[in-house]
Design a protein around this ligand. Structure first.
Ligand code: IMP
Ligand code: MG
Length: 174
């Protein structure tokens, strides 16, 4: 099946900016973040904008989390790299990802960070697709809850393209 990108954004750059300002206020008032842990690659733009709405003393680290196994069926296996380089002990960790889809990545990563000695772990995503969930998890801070479509832009890719778009678009069947 072939896809093309929607002509207009589904979420504009201005809407994203407003949502991040809001998230910054929510997070700051509810959680004393010591470390922001971004999930590469999709979250790189979101993390960059979000941390500028948080206390400037927050530490920032990134991990690469990739699901592996049968492509048709999510196995729930997630490889996380680099792992040993990050010290989570006694820290309040805010895990930040671009999108919460099946939930496998965030649930496995949250558990690993807790096992790594974190004090408290909370999660923040720009987009949430609740209809696609396979494991029971909700993000503590959500920018936008969306329908089941494939989103691109603002860090999110389709076959490694479109990450650099300043707004969120939708891939449409042609
Ligand atoms: P989960 O483990 O299924 O929740 O996977 C989340 C990851 O899948 C995200 O970090 C994205 O990299 C990717 N993903 C899921 N849905 C989309 C989408 O609509 N657009 C782009 N990437 C997506
Ligand atoms: Mg990702």
């Amino acid at each position: 099946m072939d896809y093309k990108i929607s002509e207009k954004p589904v979420i504009s750059a201005l809407e994203i900016e407003g949502s991040i300002r809001n998230l910054g206020q929510q997070i700051t008032s509810q959680f004393k973040v010591d470390l922001v842990l971004g999930v590469l690659t999709g979250s790189f733009i979101f993390v960059a904008d979000l941390v500028r709405r948080l206390d400037p003393s927050v530490q920032i680290a990134f991990v690469n989390a990739s699901s592996y196994g049968n492509a048709q069926k999510s196995t729930g296996c997630v490889e996380i790299l680099p792992w040993n380089a990050i010290d989570f002990t006694h820290k309040n960790v805010l895990i930040v990802d671009d999108i919460l889809d099946t939930g496998n990545t965030l649930s496995i990563l949250s558990n690993r960070v807790r096992e790594g000695g974190a004090l408290e772990v909370k999660t923040c995503v720009l987009l949430d697709k609740p209809s696609r969930r396979q494991v029971q998890i909700h993000a503590d801070f959500v920018g936008f809850s969306i329908e089941d479509y494939f989103a691109v832009g603002y860090g999110l890719d389709f076959a490694s393209e479109y990450r650099a778009l300043p707004a969120v678009y939708k891939m449409e069947k042609i």
